[in-house]
Write a protein that binds this ligand. Structure first.
Ligand code: EPU
Length: 427
């Protein structure tokens, strides 16, 4: 097993390039199952969550060719059995997109109950409600979700809460259903729009993605497509926080500034300067950082996936900041780790109160999940002395070459094997 060792104190300067969006890639790659011809997908991030999705695809019979480091060709014509093996899928959340994609293509699917970061209760009731509305029966037995439909027929689906995963699964399962499906109270995240664009480029008829009503008219045939995944909004946001926290001055390339608006707005409140260009932004700090309050919300609100990184920044902002988590029940597990580094944070349920301190100090810490790990990296970059972060497999699930990218920005960070540890579990 590896750990990151960071000597804090270096300002981040220079240029960093953002990879393709994780949460778009993990939906778009399974969506290629629905195509009746091969698809080429570009700008794929080289992260472990994507490797697992590709492994699952090949295990169920699809052929996946690596064209280059970030481009694959998926030919799903040889998939015979729409069952995803239990061990492969149970550790990651996005494995549930195989439910929607396989159901949409074969009218049946068997996939293990999804795993993913431990952020509190993560039910899939809204996914099941949608599959049922389209005509599928479901079973949950021995850890596997089974779906079966005689045929899928378009339906009206109203989500009780705004859910990214169920909105994506609704599009995947309805795209070839007979007639019109209307999804109400849909999620509006950039990756929802990206998936709809990918499916439409294959010949699907999806309208309204990016608003809270999505209309899908089923089609019989989906042709192959060549499609490039959008840049990762959360990876970009993480670098914005890291540059700001180190009082640096750097350019982040390959971004869609519009997707970063809620993050930019909050950073500006803390005194950070952000300048937007066509597909890049400059972030720099020339005055002391000050407190702000943040509440996470579905897009276009401030993303929950940026909440821990924002907290890391606010630990050294003047004054008392309040962070309210509006999506997940339990997304403050990283707070104990930040406290080891001298952060002054108290948590009551879904609210964290952060009193800014002059400095953090390096300490041995553990990444409790993906974004928590990103927050600890940021804390390590600003802390006095050495920070050692363990359980970095969480970080590698979602950030491509983060150590290399941070080094290029001037950070003092190395990845080291933990002496005496066995190899990290693949998942
Ligand atoms: N929910 C239900 N029932 C459902 C589905 C969701 O009650 O059937 C609830 C959840 O418990 C949660 C809320 O609805 O309270 C929102 O969940 P959502 O379905 O939107 O989340 P998700 O699809 O499981 C994706 C991202 C997460 C990100 C959330 C919110 C992927 C693979 N994961 O999860 O990303 O936090 O949307 O934006 O796309 C991350 O990247 O670090 C990450 C955790």
């Amino acid at each position: 097993m590896d750990k990151y060792v960071i000597c804090g104190g270096n300002r981040l300067t220079g240029t960093v390039e953002v990879s393709g969006a994780k949460n778009a890639a993990v939906a778009i790659i399974p969506a290629a199952i629905l195509a009746d011809e091969p698809c080429i997908i570009e700008n794929i991030p080289n992260i472990s969550d994507v490797s697992i999705i590709i492994k699952i695809l090949t295990q169920i019979g699809a052929s996946v060719k690596m064209i280059n480091k970030s481009t694959i060709e998926v030919d799903s014509s040889k998939i015979m059995e729409p069952t995803v093996p239990y061990e492969m899928a149970r550790h990651m959340r996005a494995s549930y997109y195989f439910l929607g994609a396989l159901l949409g293509k074969f009218n049946r699917a068997r996939v293990s109950m999804p795993g993913g970061c431990d952020l509190g209760d993560r039910p899939i009731d809204q996914h099941l409600k949608c599959f049922k509305a389209l005509g599928a029966e479901y079973t949950i037995e021995h850890g596997m979700v089974g779906l079966k439909a005689e045929k899928l027929v378009g339906a009206q689906v109203y989500f009780d809460i705004v859910t990214v995963g169920a909105t994506i699964n609704a599009m995947l399962s309805a795209v070839k259903a007979k007639g019109l499906t209307v999804i109400e109270n849909a999620a509006k995240e950039p990756h929802i729009v990206d998936l709809a664009n990918f499916l439409n480029s294959m010949g699907a008829d999806i309208m309204g993605a990016g608003t809270d009503v999505i209309k899908i008219r089923g089609v019989d045939y989906l042709k192959g497509a060549r499609y490039a995944i959008i840049p990762d909004q959360i990876e970009a946001g993480t670098y914005m926080m890291a540059i700001a926290a180190t009082k640096g001055d750097a350019i982040i390339k390959n971004v869609i500034p519009k997707h970063l608006e809620s993050i930019t707005a909050k950073l500006e409140k803390t005194g950070v300067n952000v300048e937007e260009y066509d597909d890049s932004i400059r972030v720099w700090v020339d005055k002391p950082l000050v407190k702000t309050n943040v509440k996470t919300m579905p897009h276009p609100g401030f993303p929950t996936d940026m909440q821990p990184q924002m907290a890391a920044l606010l630990t050294i902002a003047e004054g008392t900041s309040i962070i309210t988590e509006g999506i997940w029940d339990n997304r403050f597990r990283y707070v104990d780790e930040l406290r080891r580094m001298g952060a002054d944070i108290s948590v009551d349920g879904k609210v964290a109160v952060i009193s800014g301190t002059d400095k953090l100090t390096g300490a041995p810490v553990r990444a409790t999940d993906l974004r928590a790990g990103a927050a600890l990296l940021i804390a390590g970059l600003i802390a006095e002395g050495t920070t050692e972060i363990e359980d970095i497999f969480h970080i590698e699930r979602g950030y491509e070459e983060i150590e290399t990218k941070l080094k290029k920005l001037g950070a003092n960070i190395v990845k080291k094997a933990i002496p005496g540890s066995t190899l990290a579990k693949a998942l």
